[in-house]
Design a protein around this ligand. Structure first.
Ligand code: ADP
Ligand code: MG
Length: 324
C-alpha cells in the first residue's frame, strides 16, 4: 500500500464534517477556525508499541486507544473535542492493519464529532502520535492548580481495571481458563478501549477546583494536582471504586495496589469544594458515569493513603514512570 493510498484509507474512514474545518487533509497545512470567545486546548500523546501497549494489541484497539488517551486530556481540562492530527510510524504499510487501525480511531472520532485534519506517515517501529484540539472558555478550564485544603477528592468510574487487564494479558491467570473466549473480557476492554470521560469533563467545567486524568496511577496523578496546587491529599483506600471484575480477580492488598498505582484507567480525578460536592456528584451520575469521593485535600505536600483503621499504607510504587 503506497503512502498516499494509505492516507486516503485513513482519511475516508475518519471523515467527520465540521464547519470550522476550512481546509482538511490534503494540503501542506489544515486551516481551522477557533470560535470567538473560546480558548484552544491542545494536547499530544504518543503510544509506542511494546511500551504503551503490548505488541499483540489488535490494530482496531491501537487506533481507538491512541485517540482515547488524547481525548482524556481534553476531558481533564473541561474542553470540547474538535480536531486531531495523527503522526503514524509504521514498520510496513499493511492494508488490513491500517484499515482496522483507522476504524478504531474513527469510531471514537465520530462519537465526539472530531475531525482528523492532517498528520504525517513515516516508516519505522510502530508508534502513534496524536495531537487533539478542543475548545473551552478560558475562565472555565479546569487546571491542576486550584485545589484547596478542605476540598473533596473524587474519581469517576472505577480504578485498577486496566492494570489488572494488562497483568492478565502478560502473565495469564486462573480466571482466564474459565472465560468464554468469544465474550470480550471486561478488564481487557478497559485496557484496550478506554472510555474518555469527555461528558464528565464538561460537567466539571467551571465547577471542579482542579482535575487530572488518571493515566499513570491515582497516587502519582493526584500528586501532580498537589504539586501544582501547593497542597497535600489524603486518600481512603476502602473508598476507592472497584469494578465487580476487579473484586473477583484480586485480593485486598493486590486490588489496592492496582487501584492506587496501576496506570491506563483514564478516569478523571478532581477536587471540589465540600459544599459543592453533592450537586456535582449528582450531575456526574446523570451524565452516565458516576464519581466517588475517595479523599480530601489538606495542607502539606504529600499524598497519604489510609486503610480502614486510619493507618497510613506505604506503597511499593506510586505509578508508572518512564525512565524510572
Ligand atoms: P507534506 O509532505 O507536505 O508534509 P504529506 O505528504 O506528509 O505532506 O501529507 C499529505 C497530506 O496528508 C497532508 O495534508 C497531511 O496532513 C496528510 N496526512 C499525512 N499523513 C497522515 C495521517 N497519518 N493521517 C492524517 N492525515 C495525514
Ligand atoms: Mg510530511
Amino acid at each position: 500500500m503506497a503512502e498516499f493510498t494509505l492516507i486516503d484509507a485513513i482519511g475516508e474512514r475518519c471523515a467527520v464534517a465540521r464547519d470550522d474545518v476550512r481546509l482538511g487533509i490534503g494540503d501542506d497545512a489544515a486551516l481551522l477556525a477557533v470560535p470567538a470567545g473560546q480558548a484552544l486546548a491542545v494536547s499530544t500523546d504518543t503510544l509506542v508499541a511494546g511500551v504503551h501497549f503490548p505488541q499483540s494489541t489488535k490494530a482496531y484497539d491501537v487506533g481507538w486507544k491512541s485517540l482515547a488517551v488524547n481525548l482524556s486530556d481534553l476531558a481533564a481540562m473541561g474542553a470540547t473535542p474538535a480536531w486531531a492530527t495523527l503522526a503514524l510510524t509504521l514498520p510496513t504499510a499493511e492494508r488490513t492493519w491500517v484499515e482496522a487501525f483507522a476504524d478504531g480511531f474513527a469510531a471514537l472520532a465520530r462519537e465526539f464529532k472530531l475531525a482528523l485534519v492532517g498528520g504525517d506517515t513515516t516508516q519505522g517501529p510502530l508508534s502513534i502520535t496524536v495531537t487533539v484540539h478542543g475548545f473551552v472558555p478560558e475562565h472555565a478550564a479546569v487546571r491542576r492548580a486550584g485545589a484547596h485544603p478542605g476540598d473533596v477528592v473524587c474519581v469517576t468510574g472505577t480504578l485498577g481495571d486496566a492494570a489488572a487487564g494488562l497483568r492478565q494479558l502478560l502473565v495469564g491467570d486462573g480466571a482466564a481458563e474459565h472465560r468464554n473466549p468469544s465474550a470480550p473480557d471486561f478488564l481487557e476492554v478497559r485496557l484496550n478501549r478506554p472510555t474518555p470521560r469527555v461528558p464528565q469533563g464538561l460537567v466539571l467545567r467551571g465547577r471542579a477546583s482542579a482535575c487530572i486524568d488518571v493515566s499513570d496511577g491515582l497516587v502519582a496523578d493526584l500528586g501532580h494536582i498537589c504539586a501544582a496546587s501547593g497542597v497535600g491529599a489524603e486518600l481512603d483506600a476502602p473508598a476507592l471504586p472497584a469494578s465487580p471484575a476487579l473484586l473477583a480477580l484480586a485480593d485486598d492488598t493486590e486490588r489496592r495496589l492496582l487501584q492506587l498505582a496501576g496506570g491506563d484507567d483514564y478516569e478523571l480525578c478532581f477536587t471540589v469544594a465540600e459544599t459543592e460536592a453533592p450537586l456535582l456528584l449528582a450531575d456526574l451520575a446523570r451524565s452516565g458515569c458516576a464519581a466517588t469521593r475517595v479523599g480530601r485535600i489538606v495542607a502539606g505536600t504529600d499524598v497519604v493513603v489510609y486503610d480502614a483503621q486510619r493507618k497510613p499504607i506505604s506503597l511499593p510504587r506510586r505509578g508508572w514512570e518512564h525512565f524510572a
